[in-house]
Design a protein around this ligand. Sequence first.
Ligand SMILES: Nc1nc2c(ncn2[C@@H]2O[C@H](COP(=O)(O)OP(=O)(O)O)[C@@H](O)[C@H]2O)c(=O)[nH]1
Ligand SMILES: [Mg+2]
Length: 185
Amino acid sequence: MADGSLNVLLLGCEAVGKTLLARRIRSITSGTPLERGHLETASTTGQEIESLATGEVSTTLREVGSPMIPLWPSYLAASDALVFVVDLSQPEQVAASSVELNRLIRHEGMKGTPCLVLLNKIDALRRLTVAETADLMGLCEVALAAEERGTKLECIACSGVTGAGCGDVVERLKAWAAAKPSQSG
Ligand SMILES: Nc1nc2c(ncn2[C@@H]2O[C@H](COP(=O)(O)OP(=O)(O)O)[C@@H](O)[C@H]2O)c(=O)[nH]1
Ligand SMILES: [Mg+2]
């Protein structure tokens, strides 16, 4: 994938809100409001790709659906950054998210790849708090494990439905894009 764009891998367990977040992020970067129909998503069985305007270096956001969990690590080598989504409204799924995040962080393909954990659906009425989720997932330990491997892990609480926190996600993508070494020379 030597196209010069920033390649970001978007992962997370079933129905955590990856596709809607990708659409929300594209709407922010393109300055085009999200149409009502775009709020309804279909389950992603394979991959979905969004191209984002993130300054001089564009971004390719690649969602790989949860049916492809066994294949997720194989996408790490070609990725510049990882965005991992967790659903605060599905407490019963948080353990599974923790297992997959730990597996990815400890995979040799990470090689210092920065990771952004999105604590999504903060708009939901019944949900875990950010602190509860961080506790249940052992996010402090995951961040330490990441640091030992030269990987930086950051968290942002957000909602694909309301757009809360999504501006911060875009800023992070833009910072990664700006820091990507030019491949033209
Ligand atoms: N309350 C709430 N629901 C959301 C949010 N984002 C997505 N959803 C819902 O969660 C379901 C799965 O969303 P989708 O983007 O397809 O998840 P994916 O499988 O991870 O790609 C859909 O019913 C969405 O409407 C959010 O921020 N808040
Ligand atoms: Mg999807």
